[in-house]
Write a protein that binds this ligand. Structure first.
Ligand code: NI
Length: 418
């Protein structure tokens, strides 16, 4: 994660320097900052989260530059640069709209304000990546506060509201990070929830969440086939509906499937009725696509409610979390994903990976790093003496070990030494 902190800090520094007093050159430089800072950060870590960090850093420098005097706010120019980076067409449309309104009203602030209203509408229409949508919303909120032309005096604008907005923005971002980084590990210690298999034998389970995905799931299936590794896929109902052929292939190639809700909604704020719908609609979609009714369930972001637990029990589901998070949702470099597995794995581990999903939604993230890391994860685990099981095989074994009526070797063959 330290790479993202480096990106935010260096973007803030880059946003702070080279600020000129006035004139055309100032605008060119500020535009270039918006365009180039995320671009360069992409060479360092090619990931949605790095673009988000770069944009927040370079924008933050606009109002509170640390390394030069603030020569007037030009956040709108930097923002335009960032929008151009995300989509040149969108950027040009935005600039065009600004010039037309400026021509009509003759008022710079109003022209920025009115054209910024287009940003959230367009963002949801054209961007499929969560990070681009979040960046657009941050830019939008920032511009609305700065250019609210009719109701506020300059003084209030620059002081109280702006600081509040920055505070709320930063807080929101930290909450987002918290939810992704920590909640993914799940809370508490409940015995009816499975986080890992038996620790006595050197087996692990690879699990892939959020698919099926038309781009990444087939690549992952190819690798698993080539390496002869069984895995467990927690499918999103909507994605199973959209890509039933891939869901079928997962099952046909001997992998296990689980239910990961219909539309990847967090279960905690949901009503009982909607919780039921999220679980049962996914079940119907997965059964329709694969012919199999799943019995494993994994809640989105590892968060579940008391009601969901009760319902899952009644519906004969096993709630499955994980004990090794690869943090691949952050689109880390493949090397880092491999290291997260190797440093955290122990016998019986359930390893969390993603073949689809995004920071917030259920589709659109870049999973190239996961695909690249997978062969190395498998090879390194094998080098350390690990073998692979699906989650239901793990549960089966762990039940056998509890009853102790059977010899494990009857089922597994010789158990590898630890
Ligand atoms: Ni998920």
């Amino acid at each position: 994660m330290y790479q993202f902190v480096i990106i935010a800090i260096s973007s803030y520094i880059l946003g702070s320097i080279f600020t000129l007093k006035n004139g055309c050159r100032k605008y060119t430089i500020e535009f270039a900052k918006g365009l180039l800072v995320p671009l360069v950060s992409g060479f360092y870590v090619h990931s949605g989260l790095s673009y988000l960090m770069a944009s927040v850093g370079v924008l933050a420098a606009q109002s509170r530059p640390a390394f030069s005097k603030n020569n007037g706010y030009t956040g709108e120019i930097v923002s335009l640069g960032i929008v151009f980076f995300m989509s040149p067409v969108f950027g040009m449309a935005l600039a065009l709209m600004f010039f037309v309104i400026k021509k009509i009203t003759g008022n710079y602030d109003q022209a920025v304000f009115v054209s910024s209203l287009m940003i959230p509408v367009m963002a949801f229409k054209i961007f499929s990546s969560d990070s681009y949508i979040i960046i657009s919303l941050i830019i939008f909120a920032n511009l609305v506060i700065q250019f609210w032309p009719l109701f506020l005096s300059k003084r209030i604008k620059s002081a109280v509201l702006y600081d509040m907005a920055v505070g709320i923005g930063v807080l929101g971002f930290l909450i987002l990070l918290y939810f992704n980084k920590y909640v993914y590990r799940g809370f508490g210690a409940q015995t009816d929830i499975i986080r890992h298999g038996p620790e006595q034998i050197k087996y692990v389970a690879l699990t892939f969440d959020d698919g099926p995905d038309p781009l990444y799931t087939p690549k992952i299936l190819d690798i698993l086939k080539e390496k002869n590794v069984p895995a467990t896929f927690f499918l999103i109902g909507k994605n199973a509906e959209a890509y039933p052929e891939i869901a079928k292939r997962i099952v046909a190639e001997g992998h296990s499937i689980g239910n990961h809700t219909y539309s990847h909604k967090s279960l905690i704020p949901l009503s009982a009725k909607n919780t039921y719908k999220e679980i049962k609609n996914a079940e119907a979609a997965i059964e329709e696509a694969t012919g199999i009714r799943p019995t494993l369930f994994r809640p989105p972001r590892g968060v579940y409610s008391g009601y969901a637990r009760k319902l899952l029990k009644e519906e004969r589901y096993t709630l499955v979390l994980w004990d090794v998070s690869t943090e691949d949702w952050a689109e880390l470099a493949p090397k880092k994903i491999v290291a997260n597995v190797i440093n955290r794995v122990k016998p019986g581990s359930i390893i969390l990976l993603h073949d689809s999903g995004d920071l917030l939604t259920f589709r659109g993230g870049n999973r190239n790093s996961t695909v690249k890391a997978l062969p190395e994860i498998i090879d390194k685990l094998r080098d350390e003496g690990y073998e692979f099981l699906t989650v239901d095989q793990m549960i089966f074994i762990s039940e056998l070990m509890e009853t102790e009526e059977y010899s494990l070797e009857d089922y597994l063959g010789p158990i590898p030494a630890q």
